[in-house]
Design a protein around this ligand. Structure first.
Ligand SMILES: NC(=O)c1ccc[n+]([C@@H]2O[C@H](COP(=O)([O-])OP(=O)(O)OC[C@H]3O[C@@H](n4cnc5c(N)ncnc54)[C@H](OP(=O)(O)O)[C@@H]3O)[C@@H](O)[C@H]2O)c1
Length: 324
C-alpha cells in the first residue's frame, strides 16, 4: 500500500469520481491507491469507499486551501466540478482554477480534468439560432468547462483533458426517462431530430479514467473523448422498448419547445441538444468508442447497460396508484 501511487479523487462519492475510485479499489493488483475527497467522511458512501480500502480526506471545492491539503503527496488527481449543485458557470470556472492551482502546488505527476466542449466555438454568442444565457454562454455547463481548460494548460500541468459524454443514467436519475404521453404511450422526448447522441454508462467514465492513469505518460497533454455509443433518439427508443418489454417512442420536439419545458436548466439543455444536433459530425467526431474500449475493456453498449438497469426503469414506470 505504502509504495502505491495515490490518486486524489474529487467527487469520489459521486458518479464520475465514484466510478474511478471503485475501478482502482476493485483491482487488487493495482499500482494505485485511492484518496477519496469528500465533504463528509461519515456519509454512507464515504464509509463504503473506506471499507473497500480508500483513504478518506475532507475538502470542499470552494475552499482552495482544503484542495491543496487534499492533493499534497499524491501522484495524480481526478478533477471534476459539480455544475448542477449551483448552476453558476462563473463559480465553476473559479472551482476549476482552484483545482488546477492545487494540482500545481502539490506537484502532481498526472491530472485528469473532466472537461466538456466550449460550444461557443461552434455557436458564437452572435449566432441567433439559440439564446445567449447569463450574458456570455450558450451552454453554460459546457462552455465553462471548456473555457477552464486553459487554467490547467497555463500552469504547465501534466494534464489529460477527458471529454465525457451524456450519461445514459440521465434516463433514470435526471428525469429524462420514458414518460407516458396523453395517449398513454411511453416516450422519450429529445430535440435531436434524427441525429446521433454520444452517450455512455456513467460508471464507464471512471473506468476509462483509470485506463488513462494506467497508461502513464501516453495521454498527458492530450484530449481524450469517450463514448459507449452514438445513438439516435429512435434507436434509443427501440432499445428501451426491447429492454422494458413495452413500446417506447421517440418524441422529437424542436429545441425551442424543449427550452420552454420549465424545469431548472431546461433552457440550457435545449441549447445543449441543439448544438449536438446541428454539429453532430464535430461533436461525435471528438469522441471515440474505440478509444474508450481500449481504456476500459468492460465498456458497455446501450443495450448491455439497459440489461443491467432495466429493473430501475421498471420500478419508475409502476403506476403510482390505480383509481377506479
Ligand atoms: N449528467 C451528464 O450527462 C453529464 C455528462 C458529462 C458531464 N457531466 C458533468 O459532471 C459533473 C458532475 O459530476 P458527477 O456526475 O460525477 O457528480 P455527482 O454524481 O453529482 O457527484 C457529486 C459528488 O461530488 C461531491 N461534491 C459536491 N459538491 C462538492 C463540493 N462543494 N466540494 C467537494 N465535493 C463536492 C459530493 O461528495 P460529498 O457529498 O461526499 O462531498 C458528491 O458525491 C457536472 O459538472 C456535469 O456537468 C454530466
Amino acid at each position: 500500500m505504502a509504495d502505491k501511487k495515490i490518486i486524489a479523487v474529487m467527487g469520489a462519492t459521486g458518479t464520475q469520481g465514484g466510478g474511478l475510485a471503485r475501478a482502482i479499489l476493485r483491482d487488487r493488483r493495482s499500482n494505485f491507491a485511492v484518496r477519496a475527497i469528500t465533504r463528509d467522511v461519515n456519509s454512507d458512501k464515504a464509509r463504503e469507499l473506506a471499507r473497500l480500502g480508500a483513504e478518506l480526506v475532507t475538502a470542499d471545492i470552494d475552499d482552495p486551501e482544503s484542495l491543496k491539503r487534499a492533493f499534497a503527496g499524491a501522484y495524480g488527481a481526478y478533477c471534476v466540478t459539480f455544475y448542477w449543485a449551483h448552476m453558476s458557470p462563473d463559480k465553476e470556472l473559479a472551482e476549476a482554477k482552484a483545482l488546477a492551482e492545487a494540482a500545481k502546488a502539490a506537484g502532481l505527476k498526472h491530472v485528469i480534468w473532466s472537461t466538456l466542449d466550449d460550444m461557443r466555438k461552434w455557436v458564437p454568442l452572435s449566432d441567433a439560432r439559440m439564446p445567449t444565457l447569463l450574458g456570455k454562454y450558450k451552454v453554460p455547463h459546457f462552455d465553462a468547462k471548456g473555457e477552464a481548460d486553459h487554467f490547467f494548460r497555463d500552469l504547465g500541468l501534466p494534464v489529460t483533458f477527458l471529454l465525457t459524454s451524456f450519461y445514459w443514467d440521465n434516463f433514470i436519475y435526471f428525469g429524462l426517462g420514458p414518460k407516458q404521453g396523453p395517449d398513454g404511450k411511453l416516450a422519450i422526448t429529445l430535440p435531436m431530430g434524427d441525429k446521433r447522441l454520444p452517450g455512455i454508462a456513467a460508471e464507464d467514465i471512471g473506468k476509462c479514467a483509470y485506463g488513462i492513469f494506467k497508461s502513464g505518460r501516453k495521454y498527458i497533454g492530450k484530449t481524450v473523448g469517450i463514448a459507449g455509443g452514438f445513438l439516435t433518439g429512435a434507436q434509443m427508443a427501440e432499445s428501451l422498448s426491447n429492454a422494458l418489454g413495452q413500446e417506447v417512442r421517440y418524441s422529437e420536439v424542436s429545441p425551442e419547445a424543449y427550452r420552454s419545458f420549465g424545469y431548472p436548466g431546461a433552457e440550457e439543455m435545449g441549447n445543449m441538444f441543439q448544438v449536438k444536433r446541428d454539429f453532430e459530425k464535430q461533436y461525435c467526431g471528438a469522441r471515440s468508442i474505440k478509444t474508450a474500449r481500449s481504456l476500459n475493456p468492460e465498456l458497455q453498449t446501450f443495450d448491455e447497460w439497459l440489461e443491467r438497469t432495466k429493473g430501475l426503469f421498471q420500478a419508475q414506470l409502476q403506476p403510482a396508484g390505480v383509481t377506479a
